[in-house]
Design a binder for this molecule. Structure first.
Ligand SMILES: Cc1cc2nc3c(=O)[nH]c(=O)nc-3n(C[C@H](O)[C@H](O)[C@H](O)COP(=O)(O)OP(=O)(O)OC[C@H]3O[C@@H](n4cnc5c(N)ncnc54)[C@H](O)[C@@H]3O)c2cc1C
Length: 427
């Protein structure tokens, strides 16, 4: 009899959601996380009294209506409140008042000219429900139909902020699926207490049934027996001791480059296909006054670098000290010169919001290499299962199920597929 039902490598959102959903069904889990904290890119670190994200800007893309909200509130019934943003989006255009809309269709208001609205309705948004699938990129699709630069800027702002991708990196099919989900499920929400509150609730839940979640513990190798994984070799990073965990199933939440390194080191006969990763960066600012005027996603279509920003402390004031606000921006990195791009993006941000002061910058995020925004570009997801090794599974943002769910919504969707499969095929 094995001590654990499942072994999970990696304690990001994907690993913790898996652990909690398995614990709910009475499974006993061992989870190994190499860092001294759980949550990976979906938590925060306290800095000068602010909850500064390790990645996610404290947003759940479809609030309570998407797969993550459903796992949290319906499947696990965690004691967490998710508050919808007041508006879908607020568009900031030079020399104009900010344009706000609460519903998806309000997006058309962000096009100053009627001709642009008709184009977008006919060619893009009106096609959401009965889309044909094209193999070209969304940029090529637009180029074949319009020369209006604002249309390109507009969609680049949306995908740059939400997916950290340029429209040239996204297929038309992936763009349609993504817009369809926005249309169906609506605006984002902020968990009260931010990402860390989600991680804490999942951790507490997963620790039921004597499951073990071990921090500072690195998965270094998998051992095979026939066509199955037999054990995981881990290293305790506090003592440098190696130990072995045996389980029925092995779930990896490491990101596909790390998974392939591990499989190669373990001499296993399987590799994940490679896929490009989405890179981006952001600024974290403090402010005594609200910069965006409430809990919104702000988009700046005419900016070159900073495409969007949020102020999650407007929904969850505990993310900032009393009387202060937390502003988070996001931008795509196109070049490898992160320092130059960061400098230019800062200049642009301070021009967009002259009331921001450079000395109020709390930190800069440069997500890159082992800490990208997404391990697979939207629509280029990898399989959740290994066809050659029957008890090996993958979760996390490389494995979203290719159904238009962005970011953590896709993580939750992919996790649910894996857990359903494991519970239906226990051995
Ligand atoms: C700047 C930025 C902004 C974002 N904003 C949002 C947002 O607002 N909303 C949203 O929904 N999503 C957002 N995302 C995306 C979201 O953060 C990710 O989709 C999600 O956190 C990915 O979770 P994961 O479990 O797949 O991966 P990770 O969080 O990367 O977890 C993987 C874990 O595995 C651990 N690990 C790696 N190798 C080993 C090993 N050998 N042994 C043990 N442990 C190991 C890592 O330390 C890590 O903790 C954002 C991401 C970034 C970077």
């Amino acid at each position: 009899m094995r001590e654990f039902n499942q072994f999970i490598g990696g304690g990001g959102l994907g690993g913790l959601l898996s652990a909690a959903l398995l614990a709910q069904k009475g499974q006993k889990i061992f989870l190994a996380e190499k860092l001294p904290f759980l949550g990976g890119r979906f938590t925060s670190i306290k800095h000068h009294g602010f909850e500064v994200p390790t990645g996610a800007v404290h947003m759940i893309p479809h609030s309570r209506k998407g797969p993550l909200g459903q796992v949290i509130q319906q499947d696990l019934q965690l004691p967490l409140e998710i508050r919808d943003l007041e508006n879908f989006t607020v568009w900031f255009l030079p020399q104009r008042k900010p344009i706000r809309h609460r519903r998806f269709w309000g997006i058309l208001k962000a096009f100053p000219r009627m001709k642009q609205r008709i184009f977008v309705f006919r060619n893009i948004i009106g096609g959401v429900r009965h889309s044909e699938l094209h193999s070209e990129s969304f940029q090529e699709y637009l180029e074949a139909r319009t020369e209006d630069p604002y249309i390109f800027q507009f969609f680049n702002a949306i995908t740059g902020f939400a997916l950290s991708l340029d429209i040239s990196e996204l297929s038309v099919a992936a763009m349609y699926r993504f817009l369809r989900r926005l249309h169906q499920k609506g605006r984002p929400g902020v968990p009260i207490g931010g990402c860390k509150a989600v991680i804490t609730a999942l951790t507490n839940y997963a620790q039921q049934n004597a499951s073990k979640l071990q921090k500072n513990c690195e998965l270094i190798k998998l051992e095979m027996d026939g066509s199955q994984i037999e054990s995981a070799v881990c290293r305790d990073l506090n003592t440098d001791e190696e130990f072995i965990i045996e389980a029925n199933q092995y779930i990896l939440n490491l990101g596909h480059p790390q998974v392939n390194q591990l499989l190669s080191k373990s001499h296993l006969p399987y590799r994940l296909p490679s896929t490009p990763i989405a890179r981006g960066g952001g600024f974290v600012y403090r402010s005594k006054t609200s910069i965006l005027g409430g809990s919104v996603v702000a988009q700046f279509p005419e900016n070159k670098y900073v495409k969007g920003a949020v102020e999650p402390s407007a929904s969850s004031p505990d993310l900032a000290p009393p009387g202060e606000h937390l502003l988070l921006t996001h931008q795509v990195f196109k070049s490898n010169d992160v320092i130059r791009d960061t400098r230019r993006a800062r200049d642009e941000l301070l021009t967009t919001f002259p009331q921001l002061r450079e000395e109020d910058e709390l930190c800069i995020h440069t997500f890159y290499k082992d800490w990208p925004v997404n391990y697979a570009c939207q629509g280029k997801d990898l399989p959740n299962f290994s066809s050659e090794i029957s008890n090996l599974f993958f979760v996390g943002d490389g494995y979203k199920g290719n159904d238009g769910w962005m970011m953590t919504e896709g993580v939750a969707y992919g996790v649910k597929r894996v857990i359903r499969h494991i519970l239906a095929n226990p051995n």
